[in-house]
Design a protein around this ligand. Structure first.
Ligand code: NAP
Length: 280
């Protein structure tokens, strides 16, 4: 049976560091705070806001919800984002996705100040990730994966890494980060032929496809280190992209869902908010 890489353990260690940094900021009169911008009333967005507010409060970080009606115009929303950019009491901004179809997501991305872009959606921060700059905000989930590797002292240098998924949120930035760590990276997607064969050659396999149970026994070898980014609701239960029951007995290390990468993602978000507040 594989060693289980618990994101909850990684998050616990990170929490201690975050709390110390928040205390130091508060001694200077700075109260790190995130502003979540939400348009409309999607149930999953409300659930995210509730969970984030609770998690942030656990580390002394504030969370303000700026909530707008479904029919807000793009122009008005951009004005509101600009106002939040200027407010010194908010150090980070997140805009809940998806926004209504009348609003162009690219316009939202461009409106956010890169200094408050703690979710790394602006072109400026993404360019920094691709260049390997260390002073930009990294996308929380991609950073959570490399932080998991660091916590478990897995050196990516020279290793074959396969990333399944090429989104701008996870797959692409993660591939760049692994490349930065001198891994030899292959990025796979829905048009990849022989996905199982390619995946089975990886030392580090990251599944970020959003397809429950995609990674089965034929995707791994006995030395595989498997990180499951997928978050899928199946029959009311949270499932990853990896068929954990069948894969775990065959590999060297594996992260579960829930309790894996997702647990670390919120910690990375908090670190980004604290960094934004410290930079001010
Ligand atoms: P996304 O934008 O839908 O991208 C999915 C990627 O996976 C695409 O590149 C797609 O290929 C590829 N893909 C889909 N099905 C595939 C298949 N059967 N075989 C090979 N490749 C396949 O999703 P995302 O935002 O990157 O998120 C990916 C997963 O991570 C989702 O389950 C999401 O819920 C989860 N997630 C988790 C966290 C966390 O904190 N753990 C945070 C964000 C997202 P094409 O490009 O060819 O379409």
């Amino acid at each position: 049976m594989a060693f289980i890489m618990k994101g909850t353990d990684v998050a616990q260690v990170k929490k201690q560091g975050i709390i110390k940094r928040v205390e130091a900021l508060k001694e200077r009169g700075v109260s790190p705070t995130l502003c979540i911008i939400m348009v409309g009333d999607r149930e999953d967005s409300h659930a995210y806001v509730k969970g984030a507010t609770k998690a942030l409060a656990g580390c002394g970080i504030g969370c303000h919800l700026a909530h707008y009606p479904e029919d807000i115009s793009e122009h008005r929303l951009l004005e509101e984002i600009e106002a939040v950019n200027k407010k010194p009491e908010y150090h980070g901004i997140i805009v809940m996705r998806p926004v209504p179809s009348a609003i162009r997501w690219e316009a939202v991305e461009e409106a956010i100040s890169p200094a408050k872009d703690v979710d790394c959606i602006t072109a400026q921060n993404l360019a920094g990730v691709f260049k390997g700059d260390t002073d930009v905000f990294y996308p929380c989930t991609a950073k959570a994966v490399v932080d998991m590797l660091d916590h478990y002292e897995i050196n990516a240098e020279g290793k074959k890494a396969v990333v399944i998924g090429r989104s701008l949120v996870v797959g692409k930035p993660l591939a760049m980060m692994l490349l930065q760590r001198n891994a030899t990276v292959t990025v796979c997607h829905s048009r990849t032929r022989d996905l199982a064969e390619i995946s089975s050659q990886a030392d580090i396999l990251v599944a970020a496809a959003g397809t429950p149970g995609l990674v089965g026994p034929d995707f791994v070898n006995e030395n595989s280190i498997v990180l499951d980014v997928g978050i899928n609701m199946v029959d009311g239960k949270l499932k990853g992209d990896v068929d954990f029951e069948r894969v775990a007995p065959l590999v060297s290390m594996i992260s579960p869902v829930p309790g894996g990468v997702g647990s670390v993602t919120t910690s990375v978000l908090m670190e980004n908010i604290v960094t934004a507040a410290e930079k001010k």
